[in-house]
Design a protein around this ligand. Sequence first.
Ligand code: 5GP
Length: 129
Amino acid sequence: MSAVTGLPPYDESNIFARILRGEIPSRRVHEDEFAVAFHDINPQAPVHVLVIPRGAYVSLADFAASASDAEIAGFWRAVGRVAKELGLEAHGYRALTNMGQEGGQEVPHFHVHLFGGRMLGRMVPGQAA
Ligand code: 5GP
């Protein structure tokens, strides 16, 4: 376990690492020095895009603690730019990252989901604890 994230160390065989290496196809909407964005394979909204850093970070906690300032700035600029280029700013959208088991994270490479194109409803479904 990582002391920073409480999660296992980065797994080079995770699906997004394979997408970054071009081993698995993806419908890319953006790529630059710091980030790659592509459509989610199982979209939960009319627009559902994933933005991932090129660097090997397990989660938001790992990225925030270990990435360089340039990577952090470049990544978040890419998130904003992708949302704008997808036309999401006109009606609003949601940016979300899952972390760890209770956060519902399935792929252990840090990523931000961008959802848009419909009313998105409650932020967190189900009952409060
Ligand atoms: P998480 O639950 O980790 O926050 O989100 C992982 C996301 O990756 C899910 O929304 C899932 O649909 C998406 N996903 C899983 N495998 C693939 C894949 O091979 N290609 C693409 N484009 N998305 C994937």
